[in-house]
Design a protein around this ligand. Structure first.
Ligand code: HEM
Length: 199
């Protein structure tokens, strides 16, 4: 049975449950074994899942072009689950890390470059999540809708940059995320150039 045949029989909503599993396992792990800093474990874990699910969403087109796997029907659920992890990361930051103390939060948002970059990424992702439904596609029209959703690449780069900046030294993991997003944008750009040249 080919991947495309398997995909054909799986309803798109199943992806919401599949992508919820790592977050649920993380949460359960923290409840069972809190460790020295459970809030940080949760905050960091959710941030990293946001980046991983964003990668998954941006891989859909290259996988179709290069390997022939057609996962397009999962694009919306994957995108919305990436936003879910960003939102959960933000809620943990506001509620558990800062305990809704607005003074330190405002200080973070205005003074710490990595937080500013994270907030910008979130603010880009927010309208994309809000418009990830059929009604918005109909109202905006497919061309405007697609133009709006291209901004996901910038949000992804800023999300990875947020990770790079929070570390005081150059570290492999955040740089790897950044490199993956640069590669994915590069792929899209090369494809577009090829299409323009063929016209
Ligand atoms: C509303 C905006 C955001 C805020 C306020 C925020 C806040 C934070 C904070 C406080 C940390 C932990 C820093 C530390 O340990 O000192 C963090 C880490 C992180 N955030 Fe965010 N963040 C935001 C948006 C995002 C977005 C949009 C993404 C991804 C798309 C993201 C991904 C990450 C990652 C991957 C880490 C590091 C995890 C690790 O160290 O393993 N964040 N963020």
């Amino acid at each position: 049975m080919s991947v495309n045949n398997v995909v054909r029989v799986i309803p798109a909503w199943v992806m919401y449950f599949i992508l919820l599993i790592p977050g649920a396992v993380l949460f359960w792990g923290v409840v069972q074994t809190p460790g020295p800093n459970p809030v940080e474990t949760l905050e960091h874990g959710l941030g990293e899942y946001a980046l991983k699910v964003l990668i998954l969403g941006l891989l859909i087109t290259p996988l179709r072009d290069l390997v022939g796997w057609n996962l397009i029907k999962f694009r919306r659920s994957i995108g919305l689950m990436a936003f879910f992890y960003v939102l959960a990361h933000l809620v943990v930051y506001l509620l558990l890390d800062k305990q809704l103390e607005w003074e330190p939060i405002i200080k973070d948002i205005t003074k710490r470059p990595y937080i500013i970059v994270g907030v910008v990424s979130f603010l880009i992702l927010l309208p994309l999540a809000i418009t990830s439904n059929n009604l918005s596609i109909r109202k905006l029209g497919p061309i405007v809708w697609r133009k709006l959703h291209v901004w996901v690449y910038l949000a992804a780069i800023l999300g990875a940059l947020h990770f790079v900046l929070l570390k005081k030294t150059w570290q492999f993991e955040p740089l790897m995320y950044l490199a993956i997003f640069v590669l994915l944008i590069g792929y899209r750009w090369v494809k577009r150039m090829g299409r323009t040249a063929a016209r």
